[in-house]
Design a protein around this ligand. Sequence first.
Ligand code: G6P
Length: 613
Amino acid sequence: MCGIVGYLGKNKAVPVLLAGLHALEYRGYDSAGLAVFDKENVICEKAVGTVTALEDKLVGKKEIGDGLGIAHTRWATHGGVTEINAHPHTDCSNNIYLAHNGIIENYKELREKLNEGRHQFKSETDTEVIAHLIEKIKNENENIPLEEAVRLALGRVQGTYGLVVIDKREPEKIVAARNFSPLIFGLGQDEFIIASDATPIMKFTNKVIYLNDGEIATITPAGYRIQTIEKEVIKRKPEELDWDLESAEKGTFANFMLKEINEEPEAVRNSIRGRINLEEGKAVLGGLADVKEELRNINRLHICACGSAYLAGKVGAYMLEEYAGVPVEIEFGSEMRYRKLIFEKNDVFLAISQSGETADTLASLYEAKEKEILTLGIVNAIGSTASRETDAGVYQHIGPEVAVAATKSFVSQVSILALLTLFLGRKKNMSLVMGQRIAGELQRLPALMDKILTQQDLIKELAEKYSGYDNFLYLGRKYNYPIALEGALKIKEIAYVHAEGYASGEMKHGPIALVDKKFPSIVIVPRDSVYEKNVSNMEELKARGGPVMAVATEGDKDIKQIADDVIYIPKTLEMLTPILSVVPLHLFAYYVAVKRGLNVDRPRNLAKSVTVE
Ligand code: G6P
């Protein structure tokens, strides 16, 4: 949510900032802006719309500015999508420029006080108060350095921020601060690049420093200094990034989403690589080695996640209960954080998050830490907050996911939950033979997924056939109930088509009233333990004239007799079918969105990394 870039170095800042904004655009794309030093001056340009709109404004002006600047791509929270509300924001005298990600909760109160002090506000944003606060502190304390003014200002602010600030009067300095909104800076050759995540940094360097909550960094050509908001000096050495550049570029694919769906088999391969011991029917999870004794005695697992990661967790809950005998509670981050959490002895908390930065998931994680229970993470972004704040965990190892809607991260998370089921199950009652079956089948999955991807033309044809409908019902049962939810979520997110995901059996308690010839259903009906029940539900839909598309197991000719259209997936173990059945649903949503002429990578109103509440 909102992307920040800052640059200080030997090159011109503008092209670096624009490239950085493009890389971060998936975080927000309502409007964009930048501020760069140009000798003694600061030039600030903003535009409503995508980063390209800002770029268009700068045509012929790329040579402006020197080697220091900040930039921002916005996902609006306070104040409409206008040029004035776009960042960077300034103080009254246009000396201070800042870009912010997060929400300042006490902004109204601060704004009123600053207004009384005759500060003139230009925008409707919460962010602008920080610029005026810094200005006020600077006016009251002659010669106070920018970093100290920022520190004092942040002491008065309540809320979340990733922040970069420059001051016209201190031309060789960027001050960056973080509180619950991520900020990283890369250390290149005589240059620094600051960003909300690693994607803009990868081109320059793999040496990065992650700022922690409550920390402020001062970056100058001479180097960097970190201190806390309480003024404690922090010494931190750079860490290495292990993401490669190629995975952050879309190559020959039309967009990132199509690329990432096509990478789903590879994502599962990467997530399970080196983590299966077939002979012993076990999962080898190095990240959990230190806590394996505590896990042996696990009483209950509390899974917390948002969006698609939550739905991956829901599949995991079925697996863990059925095969590892571990009771599971699963809750959205936004709900869990406000619930009275009742943890018992030996309960364990598990956060699932691709970005590792989702605000609601993190807030629940902090709550679990407060209660002193063991906290685990399944996270993709190395060095992200969730990966650092949990006691132990498993990395997804799938490289960056750029399209806003989760695809490859979803299958990867489910495959890791299957590994966790093996890991815990074998420590409890799971037999060697069952362990070997699950392990063997997990290893076969990527090849089976590849096979599904060979049907892209058929799925595209079906998507085009169904693209005119305004509503869909997605149905699934047991392991595939969360997949019905994920299929519906995906088509809502990227194709703006209303869809309801439902447990097949619940359909007759309401949604069936909607069904007629204009209301199609997509039923996930693999040959599993609930097959017959699902078939009956399909019959009920057909009896009411509703068109039905089924996702069924290869060789199941009976389904063709009932459904209007069928997409086949290979046979696998029941608990692993979601990893296969979701692939055609991701493709289906993708092709409906393409047919409707939409920007699939950046659906309206959404953002990939939801770092605000
Ligand atoms: C946003 C994204 C979703 C994602 C969710 C959780 O809503 O658009 O695709 O599933 O956040 O993100 P996380 O990074 O925590 O997995």
